[in-house]
Design a protein around this ligand. Structure first.
Ligand SMILES: Cc1ncc(COP(=O)(O)O)c(C=O)c1O
Length: 399
């Protein structure tokens, strides 16, 4: 018998966190590293949110267990925010507050999948989805999209991937890692197709507030209302409010699913830290001006990194419309000799660039997209410039 179960033994380390850990270890050792690896805002959490948490620490009510699905006030605030920002009306009882969006992803699949059920996962995808699906006994079925198609999947591609075991379509817009945002009519076509075939939708809306230019966010159960009874939304405060470390997310589902998820969570982690929940409550209900300030900074950096990357010979990149990631192709760089070393995959290239130029990014293999790389541009303007310049100089040393 294996020492570690097959189920858990099959899980790989999160490649994004692994890159981040390696970059941070080098930094701790005194090296100057530009870290495009981590998917988190570089801003501190806005002060009024931190103050709410500090006050919550001093209130003994927060020192005790609280209801597993979340503080009543926070579930109400999530329902109100969903109605106001997405136009989707839900009852607070449909909301389960989770330990980050990640737990919501895990619990959504755990609650919906039986062994062998298939989930269509458009690629490039965020690293956690296939692992969460597999852990729940499901089968992730990746559907590749291309940069030329704006990394957006079509109904034809989805239909080609559908089998009689397909239960769920995972829908993510804006996307991590590509920054792609679906137009409303594209979403509607996809949603109608899913509805026609009785599929469930798990939709990750964590980047809802980070869309730029002409792009607009839309919520699937609003675009196709008949999907509401088979839709689970994953969301959280991490990206919008620079709160990755606070670990507050949520899931919104039909009442039976929300109830089942609450039951699961009651045996798993119980309530999310009350102090963090109070901070999230302030984030959702307090002053929203910091959101616009951070979004404006990301937008500026987005345009800057695209310009910088496009100036690097051999690198091509589409302009991301949401989130805070650039997803360039390094395909034309592979196979070249760079300072005496040759990278034949972006996995090897990422290692080479970290070793030789002290720049960290996540290779596309992690997202089911070899040849590409994810550079999170949620870091300071100077660091961003420095990082891409280092890559350009290194690649200029290639033959
Ligand atoms: C697409 C997507 N969903 C969910 C999450 C989960 O965020 P958290 O667990 O920090 O709330 C992330 C974080 O990287 C993400 O990129």
């Amino acid at each position: 018998m294996p020492r570690v179960s097959r189920r858990v033994g099959a899980i790989g380390e999160s490649p994004t966190l692994a890159v981040d850990a390696k970059a941070k270890a080098l930094q701790t050792a005194g090296e100057s590293v530009v870290n495009f690896g981590a998917g988190e805002p570089d801003f501190p959490t806005p002060p009024h949110i931190v103050e709410a948490a500090a006050a919550a620490c001093r209130d003994p009510r927060n020192h005790r267990y609280s209801p597993t699905p979340g503080l009543v006030e926070l579930r109400e605030a999530v329902a109100a925010k969903t109605a106001a920002d997405s136009g989707y009306v839900v009852s607070p009882s449909q909301v389960v507050v989770t330990n980050g969006g990640k737990q919501a992803v895990y619990e959504a699949f755990a609650a919906l999948l039986d062994p062998g059920d298939e989930v269509i996962v458009p690629a490039p995808y965020w690293v956690t989805y296939p692992e969460a699906i597999a852990l729940a006994g499901g089968v992730p079925v990746a559907v590749a999209t291309t940069g030329a198609a704006g990394f957006r999947v079509t109904v034809e591609q989805l239909e080609a991937a559908r089998t009689d075991r397909t239960k769920i379509l995972l829908f993510v817009s804006p996307s991590n890692p590509t920054g792609a945002v679906y137009a409303r009519d594209e979403m509607e076509a996809i949603g109608r197709w899913a509805d026609e075939h009785g599929l469930w939708i798990v939709t990750d809306e964590i980047y809802q507030h980070l869309v730029y230019g002409e792009a607009r966010f839309h919520s699937m159960p609003v675009v196709v209302p008949s999907l509401a009874e088979r839709t689970v939304i994953v969301h959280g405060v991490a990206k919008t409010y620079a709160m990755t470390g606070w670990r507050v997310g949520w899931l919104i589902g039909p009442p039976d699913v929300a109830k089942a998820v609450g039951n699961l969570q009651s045996h798993l982690t119980s309530n999310v830290s009350n102090v963090s929940q109070r901070a999230a409550l302030e984030a959702l209900t307090g002053d929203q001006s910091s959101v616009a300030v951070m979004r404006a900074a990301f937008d500026r950096r987005r345009r800057r990194i695209v310009d910088l990357l496009r100036a690097v010979p051999g690198v091509t990149v589409a302009e991301p419309e949401g989130a805070f990631y650039a997803f360039p192709s390094f395909e034309r760089v592979l196979g070249r000799s760079i300072r005496g070393r040759t990278a034949s995959s972006t996995l090897e290239l990422a290692e080479l660039v970290l070793d030789e130029a002290r720049v960290a990014f996540v290779p596309g293999e992690a997202f089911g997209a070899p040849g590409y790389a994810r550079l999170a541009y949620a870091l300071g303007d100077d660091a961003l410039e420095d990082g891409v310049t280092r890559i350009a100089k290194l690649l200029a040393d290639s033959a």
